[in-house]
Ligand binder design. Structure first.
Ligand SMILES: Nc1ncnc2c1ncn2[C@@H]1O[C@H](COP(=O)(O)OP(=O)(O)OP(=O)(O)O)[C@@H](O)[C@H]1O
Ligand SMILES: [Mg+2]
Length: 249
């Protein structure tokens, strides 16, 4: 697979961490606490697709169009204009409707993938499927259904998910991390009395990848990866609440 061209993330510094970018037609999960930049990550990935003539679809269960447009505009991305040009597509729906639609091969969403030549998909966020069922087995089946349906569509998919504080240490419900090919974790860390954002790749099938924990920043053009955090230990073991960040060392 090493001679396969990779799918670039659009996030400066991340492709190097990914060994060149996402593996084409793979499923990546970006998991993080509230406000860590998951939606920004997803939009930035699709904006990169716009620049490379790789049309993308952003599926939102969460935000209303106006609020997504406003957030994107603050990062310099004019989503309505890109939609009007057919370079990027937005779908505001519910988990139930999406599941139903993906299950039917001739559904409107499958037709949409073909008609619009969609190559990149972002789903914001998979966490909404947890409300679908209390049963972990059924939840895992749902995750498999979604991921496999998008694999059939030949797209490189990015799934966003909220990280529960217990996910890293205890068994995560639905075992989403096992279903995907690539797992990227976004975290808040308290280091020397300041809050820093940190990103790490916990898993990547069929590729080498960087195992360091990197700082990252969200600025006027989106996310940029910073230096690896060196000389610290226990970085991934603590935290994560917006209002109460605990010490990790
Ligand atoms: N234009 C901008 N300039 C600088 N920072 C920004 C900008 N837009 C967003 N941010 C930062 O990104 C954070 C939120 O990003 P985003 O909405 O992508 O996070 P999220 O993980 O999707 O959040 P949620 O869990 O609430 O959905 C903000 O709290 C802010 O710190
Ligand atoms: Mg979000």
């Amino acid at each position: 697979m090493s001679d396969n061209p990779r799918v670039t993330s659009g996030i400066p510094g991340l492709d190097e961490m990914l060994g060149g970018g996402f593996v084409p037609r793979s499923a990546a999960l970006v998991r993080g606490a509230p406000g860590t930049g998951k939606t920004t990550f997803g939009l930035q990935y699709l904006i990169e697709g716009v620049q490379r003539s790789e049309p993308g679809l952003f599926v939102s269960f969460e935000e209303f169009p106006q609020s997504l447009y406003r957030d994107a505009a603050s990062l310099g991305w004019d989503l309505p204009a890109l939609e009007a040009q057919g370079k990027l597509h937005l779908l505001f729906t519910s988990p139930q409707v999406l599941l139903h639609s993906l299950a039917a091969p001739e559904s409107s969403i499958a037709q949409r993938f073909q008609a619009q030549g969609i190559q990149r998909v972002v789903i914001d966020s998979l966490t909404h499927f947890t409300q679908h069922t209390p049963d972990p087995q059924e939840l895992r089946a749902i995750y498999n259904q979604v991921v496999n349906a998008l694999r059939r569509e030949d797209v490189t998919a990015l799934y966003l998910a909220e990280e529960m504080r217990s996910d890293y240490t205890s068994e995560e419900r639905g075992r989403l991390s096992f279903v995907v090919d690539c797992l990227i974790m976004l975290r808040y860390l308290e280091i020397d009395s300041t809050i820093q954002r940190a990103m790490t790749i916990l898993k990547m099938r069929s590729s080498r990848h960087d195992t360091a924990i990197h700082s990252y920043a969200i600025g006027p053009n989106g996310i940029t990866i910073g230096k690896p955090l060196e000389g610290k230990s226990g970085l991934l073991s603590g935290l994560v609440k917006r209002s109460m960040i605990s010490t990790v060392e």
